[in-house]
Structures are given as C-alpha cells and as structure tokens.
Design a protein around this ligand. Structure first.
Ligand SMILES: NC(=O)c1ccc[n+]([C@@H]2O[C@H](COP(=O)([O-])OP(=O)(O)OC[C@H]3O[C@@H](n4cnc5c(N)ncnc54)[C@H](O)[C@@H]3O)[C@@H](O)[C@H]2O)c1
Length: 271
C-alpha cells in the first residue's frame, strides 16, 4: 500500500510530537510530506531537527498540495478554515483545535459530500468510546466538570467580566456552570474538551459544563458523567501538562498519535 503523505499545520507541542512519531513509529504507513506554521522559524526549526529541511511549506495551500492527509495542530481560530480547504481538495484531515469546528458543522456535510475523512481525536479526555455507544440508547445527560489551577483561569473572558477574584483562594470554588455553548465563549482557551464531548454526544446546548478553580492544582482534571438507558459512566482524567506547552495535556498529544496509529494500522481496537 502506498504511504500516506502527511502535512502538519502548526509546529508547536502537538505538531512536533506528531512529526517525530511519524518518522519514528509510523514510517511503514506514512511519510511526513510538509510542515507549515505562520511562525516560519518554528517550521524551519522542526524540519531542521528532523533533517528534512525541504518539507517546509510556504503557505497552507502549498502544504495541502503536498499532502493527502492534513493534520491541524494550530489554533481554534483557523481550524475550521483549514479543514474546509483540505476537504475541498479531497484531503483527509485530523483536527486538534476542535473548538473551532463547533460553530462550523457544515464541514461535516462537506466531508461527506467530498468523500474525505475528518478525524477528531478524544484529546485530553477518555470516555468518547462510551459516549458514542450511550448515544445509541438515547442520552439523558452529559456533564463535564473541569478543575484547573486558578492561575490558568485568570485571563478568561468570563473571569474578567464577572471580576471573579482568583487570588489568595484557600479552597477550590465552582466559578462557572452552564451549557458547553456558554462555556466555550466564557473560557475560549479551554474549549477543546467541551467541544469534543458536544460533537460526540448531545450537542453544545445540552452538554453541561462546570468549571472549578483550584488554588493548589498543578494539572487539569476532567470528570465526565454520562447517563443513558445503558447505565451511568463516570470517568476522571488527571492530566500531566505537556513539557513543551503547559496549556496542553500530554494525554492530548498521545491521543493524536494513537488516532493516527489507529487509522494506519489494520487492527482497530476500541469504539
Ligand atoms: N483536542 C484536545 O483535547 C486538545 C488538547 C490540547 C490542545 N489542543 C489544541 O491543539 C492546538 C495545538 O496545540 P499545541 O499545544 O501544539 O499548541 P502550540 O501553541 O504549542 O502550537 C501551535 C502552533 O500553531 C502555530 N499557528 C497558530 N496559528 C496558525 C495558523 N493560522 N497557521 C499555521 N500555524 C499556526 C503557532 O505558531 C504554533 O507554533 C491548539 O489549538 C490547542 O488548543 C487540543
């Protein structure tokens, strides 16, 4: 079988880890064909570290042209546009900045029309397998409770607008409760998990989100509760931050790699 030609948009923590894994673990089924970053120095640095200086693309269009599978690891501001452009050119794509897809669900219809595959990894959470199975029985509720270090929430629009004091906290405190739709505009830096749950489950209006600020936490903790006729599922993920970008969970990087492995390997385990 011909090797898939992979193009990576965004050469930060996730893009770099994927590029390295493609060369180290997935070289039998895929080839890193192009990398692109709006910060050209980052793309050059990554390509240089891999000994593949000629793979730096000068534009998104050039990256899409050189690839048949586009990996987005850039930003929620551009993920929908990247997916659209890739799918219009009949490329498959994997999107990490899932939040950007929520308001742009026409992309799913476009992928179906063009026959392209659109992959959305579980990212920083577990339980998407259960959620998809529960969905077939009719879901009663999906609740995400996210605990974050108070410092990491300091600049969120909701915190600034409501003037929520996060300094000198002694104990954890719930600072937000509402739909995923509201959470996404209130905490745009923390939207991927709520967005992935919404897309896989009952949508952004019905998926409920609680955000708890913790004075002592060093990691993000996500608890997911799902209820349907099939029973109740409760999952808790205590995530270690990535060494390259503390805002990104190491688990999210591994989830991207595991998704690629699942795509390229003939045996697929899990829902
Ligand atoms: N699905 C999940 O659960 C999950 C978890 C963690 C992170 N993420 C998302 O994945 C994305 C990548 O995360 P990361 O930790 O690698 O971030 P990062 O900040 O380390 O890297 C992002 C890179 O993308 C580049 N970039 C930004 N806009 C771009 C554009 N328009 N075109 C090309 N490159 C662009 C930046 O210059 C940077 O090098 C982020 O949007 C993040 O929110 C998703």
């Amino acid at each position: 079988m011909e090797k898939r030609k992979i193009g990576i948009v965004g050469c930060g923590a996730i893009g770099t880890a994927i590029a390295k894994a493609l060369i180290k673990d997935l070289s039998g089924s895929a080839r890193l064909a192009a990398v692109y970053d709006t910060d050209i120095k980052k793309a050059r640095r990554l390509a240089g570290a891999l000994g593949k200086k000629n793979i730096v693309a000068s534009s998104l269009a050039a990256l899409i042209k050189a690839s048949d599978f586009v990996v987005e690891a850039a930003s929620a501001k551009v993920s929908a546009a990247i997916a659209k452009k890739a799918i219009e050119q009949k490329r498959d794509c994997m999107i990490m900045s899932v939040g950007g897809l929520l308001g742009n669900q026409s992309i799913v219809a476009l992928a179906q029309k063009r026959g392209s595959a659109l992959y959305i990894p579980s990212g920083a959470i577990g339980g998407i397998d259960c959620l998809k199975a529960h969905r077939l029985a009719g879901i009663k509720k999906v609740t995400l409770t996210t605990r974050k270090p108070a410092q990491a929430l300091r600049n969120a629009p909701y915190v600034l607008q409501k003037k929520i004091p996060l300094e000198n906290m002694r104990e954890e405190r719930e600072i937000f409760r509402g739909s995923a739709k509201k959470a996404i505009s209130a905490f745009p830096q923390n939207i991927n998990v709520a967005a992935t749950l919404s897309l896989a489950g009952i949508g952004k209006e019905k998926t409920m989100v609680k955000i708890i600020a913790c004075p002592d936490a060093h990691a993000n903790i996500h608890e997911i509760e799902i209820e349907s006729k099939a029973g109740r599922t409760f999952i808790r993920c205590e995530n270690t931050p990535s060494a390259d970008n503390p805002k990104t969970s190491y688990l999210a990087i591994l989830s991207a790699l595991a998704t690629l492995k699942q795509i390229f390997m003939p045996v697929k385990i899990g829902t």
